[in-house]
Write a protein of this length. Structure first.
Length: 382
């Protein structure tokens, strides 16, 4: 492995092994302790992560912190009935799969519950084997629901991107000429205002604002042109170093520790030069999230016939509501004047242009991981 530290020491941010996939989360809700303990033991033996709650409100709070894939709930409970819990849970987490386990089971009741959103209905006392089989089927159903939800979300974002792209092109072209003229006028006014400190200060503020507007126009044009980027190959290690050095210089004393951890098989792989813009965006976002005391790490590994790049930070991460919207144009969590909300949408378009994919996740132990998967030809050193 090659470890190229670009600022500070990455020792405390080390951890080269990729985290294994987390076991499925099953949330058990029942007001009887003996039932909760039985279900907990049965499902844990199968390797699932199991949370237990005795009331509906307690279950909703647990789900808010760690959304479950399967909800296993009783019907008759104090505070919130199982039917109401299923409805609220599906409103908050549409891909959750509810399974009812009740002591009042009839065919008519089961049909009614399944019409209301339950995946299956089990009758107490229920054998452990039947519980295990039902939860297994529910998890398969969850995977299908999640895939459909992801597809619908991608289609929605693509439609929005196309609409905004057309609007952005027209607006950007219309703004370019008056912006250039305003910048020239401010520069000439600054020359004439030499000696007048107050006027110079106002003109400096106006100049900074115009440059900010010019930067937004440039982003709009890049976005509307479907990310016309350089395809010329360049060694991955050099691109990573250039991007990280650029972010470090731009942030100055506010830059966190930025380190590159590229394995020997990928460091010299030829990748499109246009990937530099993506890496710069991702590293800058990670650096903004962590602050000067944080750590940002760029990692690469060969993944079959492709390349996997990760930009990982130890910042506060993002709540699910924000995570779902990060690829929407103009959506940003940065303070006014700090971000246009176009960096990630532009990055996603560039990666797609190279035939790759980009994903973002926030591990439960904190931080954010942005992963890029790129198809590559046989490795040839540049």
């Amino acid at each position: 492995m090659t470890d190229r530290s670009l600022k500070g020491s990455p020792a405390e941010h080390d951890g080269t092994a990729a985290a294994p996939p987390r076991p499925a989360h099953v949330l058990v809700v029942d007001d009887q302790p003996i039932v909760r303990e039985f279900l907990l033991e049965v499902l844990r033996i199968q390797g699932h992560r199991v949370s237990v709650a005795s009331t509906g409100p307690e279950a909703m709070e647990l789900a808010r912190k760690d959304p479950p894939q399967v909800l296993l709930t009783d019907l008759k409970m104090d505070g919130m009935a199982g039917e109401d819990l299923i409805r609220k849970m599906r409103e908050a987490h549409p891909a959750v799969v509810p399974v009812v386990i009740t002591g009042f089971g009839t065919v008519e009741r089961a049909v009614d519950l399944m019409r209301r959103g339950a995946f299956d209905v089990l009758t107490k006392p229920c054998p452990a084997g039947e519980i295990v089989a039902t939860v297994s089927k529910a998890l398969e159903h969850h995977v299908a629901l999640q895939a459909n939800a992801d597809l619908r979300e991608r289609l929605r974002v693509q439609e929005k991107l196309a609409m905004i792209g057309k609007l952005a092109a027209g607006v950007a072209h219309e703004l370019n000429n008056p912006l250039d003229a305003a910048l020239r006028c401010v520069r000439m006014a600054k020359e004439r205002a030499q000696g007048d400190a107050e006027a110079g200060e106002y003109l400096d503020l106006a100049h900074a604002g115009l440059l900010r507007m010019a930067d937004i126009v440039k982003s709009l044009l890049t976005f509307s042109r479907h990310a016309t980027v350089e395809q010329a190959p360049q060694a991955l290690a050099r691109l990573v170093e250039e991007a990280a050095t650029g972010v470090t210089l731009a942030m100055g004393d506010e830059a966190p520790s930025i380190a590159a951890d590229l394995d020997a098989e990928t460091a010299d792989l030829p990748v499109p030069r246009g990937l530099h813009q993506v890496l710069t965006n991702l590293i800058r976002n990670a650096a903004d999230a962590t602050g000067r005391s944080g750590h940002v790490r760029v990692r690469s590994v060969r993944d079959g016939e492709g390349l996997r790049l990760e930009v990982r930070d130890d910042g506060p991460g993002m709540p699910p509501a924000v995570l779902r919207r990060i690829f929407e144009p103009f959506f940003t969590t940065k303070p006014p004047g700090r971000g246009t909300g176009l960096g990630l949408p532009i990055s996603a378009r560039i990666v797609e242009k190279f035939g790759g994919t980009i994903t973002v996740e926030c591990p439960t132990d904190g931080g954010t991981v942005v992963a890029i998967a790129l198809p590559l030809p046989a490795p040839q050193p540049v």
